[in-house]
Design a protein around this ligand. Structure first.
Ligand code: MLT
Length: 262
């Protein structure tokens, strides 16, 4: 079922009587990146996935977003749906949003799942890369940037074995509103660093990383997990940055076991 909340497209699967899980997608993707997890988990859990402003089906408006406005959107969804202490599950940019949401309102969540993400903010080199990406989108259009960026996100195993799905992802993201994509780039460029907050996380945490993740590599993620009290760290085989898509079996197993325990 789809609902519009705060102007955003929000997708609900499973019974609202069950424990809620909110899935926050990465960049430049949309809610559909969580399909394999939601297909499996919605029998036992109330699964909520939404499109971040300007990506997927959510409108870009003027593209003037901040990390704070992204967290405001998430809070609005929790409040509108009257969700009782949802589990928060974010990948990459979705992880940045999740960590900032925890920093602002940890008491609203019962557990956190961080997939292929990091707590540190962009350094100077990273900021300049975001600026170059915006310039490239302005001069060449979105498609060449989307193709290169998404190609880096996936590991070789997936790209070789799932050529059609991989090409479809590129085509889908290439059709997003460039204003929204550039808005997300600016949000990531200007986000705050949540590293110092990691040790203050009191809720159960699962940290998942694809073994070949080139954007948020296992060493970076292990160091992050080590700073979260009691966090579980799971490496996903044959996977790059998009572990929930690239190795659905292992990711679903890790999430399923974690949810059973909390
Ligand atoms: C993502 O997957 O959301 C992006 O790789 C995040 C980023 O570019 O920092």
């Amino acid at each position: 079922m789809k609902e519009i909340i705060n102007g955003l497209s929000v997708f609900l699967e499973g019974s609202s009587k069950h424990k809620p899980i909110i899935f926050v997608h990465g960049f430049p993707f949309d809610n559909t990146m969580w399909k394999a997890q939601i297909d499996e988990l919605s029998e036992k859990y109330f699964c909520i996935a939404y499109d971040i402003p300007g990506l997927g089906e959510s409108p870009a408006g003027d593209g003037q977003f901040t990390m704070e406005s992204f967290v405001d959107d998430l809070e609005k969804i929790i409040d509108e749906l009257k969700l009782n202490k949802p589990v928060l599950c974010g990948l990459s940019m979705g992880g940045y949003i999740s960590l900032r949401a925890l920093e602002r309102m940890q008491e609203k969540f019962s557990a956190i799942i961080l997939c292929d993400t990091r707590a540190d903010a962009d350094g100077n080199e990273g900021k300049l890369k975001r600026a170059a990406a915006i310039k490239r989108i302005n001069t060449e259009g979105l498609a060449p940037f989307a193709k290169d960026f998404i190609t880096n996100c996936y590991g070789d195993v997936y790209k070789q074995n799932h050529k059609e799905e991989f090409e479809k992802r590129i085509a889908k993201s290439s059709g997003f509103n460039p204003v929204g994509v550039k808005g997300s780039l600016l949000v990531m460029l200007s986000r705050t660093d949540t590293s110092d907050y990691l040790e203050k996380i009191k809720i159960p945490a699962l940290v998942i990383c694809g073994e070949f993740d080139a954007l948020t590599p296992p060493l970076v993620m292990k160091a992050m997990a080590d700073k979260i009290n009691g966090a579980e760290f799971v490496i996903i085989k044959d996977s790059g940055h998009m572990s929930p898509i690239e190795n659905t079996k292992e990711v679903n197993e890790a999430i399923g076991k974690f949810l059973e325990k909390i």
